[in-house]
Design a protein around this ligand. Structure first.
Ligand code: NAD
Ligand code: WQD
Length: 359
């Protein structure tokens, strides 16, 4: 697969919050390969520091440790954030931009622990933006989510579709987007901001050396299927077979993690040559797939059987959602290139090669 892109010649330093997580680790790898220096800030609440060794190995860069600074810490720790920016300046590598992945992301957990979600996601982001402003760093890419749309009125979902989250997690992402809107309007500051509204990121690095390794119990479809395939779970429970879709199961827009990671590189390259702006972009393939289609494809490409049974609908689920990704395609030098077969093959390769994740 060949991607048309250009490499920046000047080495820029990027602060990647949550860079050890699923999306952060794959993006960090691509950033290194593109020639950026990285400062990764992660609390390892939902990730393993060992991922940094894999990122380094896969980068194939000699003395790569000189290009990555790993800091264990919390985005809510404003003093730490200030020290990170100071330290980068003292070392003549001032932070040019931030990619902000760190946060809590479980819908069910957010309903049980709303304070945590408002504090980590919203307050953590406010503190980060304040420290950025203080240090004249005005370039940021933020991990938003399709979950902010709630129950779609029309499909495919466009960036101008109604924002109507139906759970606490989604509320926090929508609130952060609102903060971005206010901040971007401050005329005296030249903020360059992109919020990427991810649909359903899945898959793994095609080598099988990096993938999704959640420490918090996964409620998502792909990790669950993989765990059934490896024998850690007995069978997949499919939540409902009476949805108003062609086969009765829910439809989502699954996107390969490498395509998603690439969208950050394209966003960064776009921002680094832009003047002040705020862009909200849907990051999906634009193609909806049913749960049964996923199961059948996973079985076919990996030549195995996934036992499943239909159970009651899961509370809060919606029948169908998928992205209109035309805005991202038109603004960014990016388009998704991986197929559903790639997503299923790479997920399984990662699980098979790392039955206990990074442990
Ligand atoms: P992840 O949990 O794998 O990664 C998040 C990382 O942030 C983890 O390494 C975790 O240890 C770290 N972290 C959590 N709280 C922190 C804190 N207070 N301070 C510092 N680090 C902290 O999740 P992911 O799937 O890689 O998601 C990354 C971002 O993308 C999140 O903001 C998530 O809400 C968003 N997102 C994810 C999905 C998805 O399905 N994976 C979809 C839409 C949006
Ligand atoms: C996909 C489909 C389930 C598990 C969530 C968040 C969203 C975003 C991505 C962060 C649904 C069905 C699942 C299982 C099943 N994350 N399913 N059996 O719900 O589309 O989105 O993750 O921002 O905000 O809400 O993803 O992977 O949980 O579910 O039948 O054991 O698979 O009902 O139709 P979802 P998912």
């Amino acid at each position: 697969m060949v991607r048309k892109s250009f490499t920046l010649t000047i080495m820029k330093t990027i602060l990647v919050t949550g860079g050890a997580g699923f999306i952060g680790s794959h993006t960090s790898l691509l950033l290194l390969k593109k020639g950026f220096n990285l400062i990764i800030l992660d609390s390892f609440l939902n990730s393993n520091p060992k991922v940094i060794e894999r990122i380094s190995e896969l980068s194939g860069i000699k003395n790569v440790q000189k290009r990555i600074e790993l800091i264990k810490g919390d985005i809510r720790d404003q003093k730490l954030l200030e020290r990170i920016f100071d330290f980068a300046k003292i070392n003549n590598n001032p932070i040019d931009a931030v990619i902000h992945f760190a946060g809590l992301k479980s819908v069910s957990d957010s309903l049980e622990n709303p304070f945590d979600y408002w504090e980590v996601n919203v307050l953590g982001t406010i503190k980060l933006l304040q420290v950025m402003e203080k240090n004249n760093c005005f370039t940021i890419i933020f991990s938003s989510s399709a979950t902010i749309y709630g129950v779609p009125k029309d499909l495919p979902l466009k960036e101008i579709s109604d924002i109507n989250p139906v759970n606490t997690y989604g509320e926090t992402k929508a609130a952060i987007e609102k903060i971005f809107r206010d901040v971007s309007k401050v005329k005296s500051k030249k903020w360059r901001m992109i919020t990427l509204r991810y649909f359903n990121p899945v898959g793994a690095h095609p080598t099988g050396k990096m993938g999704e390794d959640p420490l918090i119990e996964p409620n998502n479809l792909f990790p669950y299927i993989s765990q059934v395939a490896i024998g850690r779970k007995e069978k997949l429970r499919i939540f409902g077979n009476n949805w108003p879709t062609f086969d009765g199961t829910c439809i989502r827009d699954y996107i390969h993690i490498m395509d998603l990671a690439e969208s950050h590189i394209a966003s960064l390259e776009f921002l680094l040559k832009s003047s002040s702006l705020l862009l909200n972009l849907n990051i999906g393939t634009g193609i909806g797939r049913s749960v049964l289609e996923i199961v059948k494809t996973f079985e076919k490409v990996n030549n195995l059987v996934i036992p499943y049974s239909f159970v009651e609908r899961r509370e809060g689920d919606i029948a169908v959602n998928y992205a209109d990704n035309k805005k991202a395609l038109s603004f960014l030098n990016w388009r998704p290139i991986y197929t559903l077969e790639d997503m299923c093959r790479d997920s399984w390769k990662w699980q098979k090669m790392n039955p206990n994740g990074y442990k």
